[in-house]
Design a protein around this ligand. Sequence first.
Ligand SMILES: Cc1ncc(COP(=O)(O)O)c(C=O)c1O
Length: 429
Amino acid sequence: MAKPALALHSSAKPAAPITGRAPDSKGSDGVLDARALQAALAAALPQPAPQADSAPAFLPYGKQEISLADIQAVIEALTSGWLTTGPRVGEFEKAFAAHCGAKEGVAINSGTAALHCAMRAVGVHTGDEVIVPALTFAASANAAIYEGATPVFADVEPDTLLIDPASVAARITPRTRAIVAVDYAGQPADYDALREIARPRGIRIIADACHAPGATYHGRATGTLGDISCFSFHPVKHMTTCEGGMAATDDETLAAHMRRFRNHGIDSDHRSREAAGAHAYDMTELGYNYRLPDVQCALGLAQLPRLGGWVHARQKIAAAYDKAFAGIEQVTPLKTRNDRTNAYHLYVVKLDPSLDRDAVFRHLRAQGIGANVHYAPVYWHSYYQARGYAKGLCPMAERASRHILTLPMFPAMTETDVARVVDALKGAL
Ligand SMILES: Cc1ncc(COP(=O)(O)O)c(C=O)c1O
């Protein structure tokens, strides 16, 4: 998947490297002076580029915002003595869990690793089957393979492109252990329908909410909808820790298992042993090093208070797009159901099948519009083809994947940016 590089929020000249520090930025006790640090950072930050007569700036499909306060929080963490698992990990876990309505948050070093932790915690084993929607990022399915299970691809609903509960029901077998419900583009899947299928059979639901922090289903936040809900803090997502993820759950046993699994399968971490004055530890299962460092949690903590505002800004941009496309027959935005709110990680439209989607994509790119496609069905990738997944498995996902287009969507987009995208797309019809 092509992902844009981290961008600062102004179109800017490259920043001067932050080398050394202002002469008075460190007090005699070795603690950085916040005001001096801020002044040094402001001087080092990129200045807005002068307006040129040349073509307007490239509009990527997604873009992160990094503030001076974010940078300061990271520098404070860097100089705090805690670089890996320190106090900011637990603080970030608590704050993020509270934000998405869950009792527990487990910080993990990517959304993919969070999905892997979730698979282990709910007991996915070799020989099990895990139902995954065909239209998602490969990681949603790959995580099942990490545990020796087989992804079974379910089709998607035509108007939302969310996992179709009827297709899930048709794919249940005695070996089904879990369902991965992907909140595609930012809208929660139909969790009540999925739970009706899963609960009587003891099947667990892993919510892949990587697209949907801040969305709701029947008024419930996305951290509460699966047995475990997984989030990503990759820079193209709603908020970032550079790379990073979180698994949210109301189940303390699942949370404890994931905390162990992200730490080699060891039952304590360095910090808790230091606090207890102990040296011994036990490795109870084969885990991984999936820890999210304190420095990155500092960035997450600094970003989190802005998440709600960013989701709101995305919803406003989506409303402007919806309005602009309302009278255009060849462009159909995805539907958001009345019982949910959409956090709009992506703004996806379906183009009329008479149009050549790839020609429209090229037209937009030529105009500096960072259109994209999310996704081709996972099992079309050669890795999956080599494992014997036949084309034609999920006809709706396959058809949709030929006609969908992702348009730029990020909180700093202006009305002018939206109009520019709409005009460029109209010009391609
Ligand atoms: C639906 C979905 N699931 C999982 C992931 C994996 O997240 P990460 O990139 O943090 O590993 C992504 C990220 O692109 C995603 O879009």
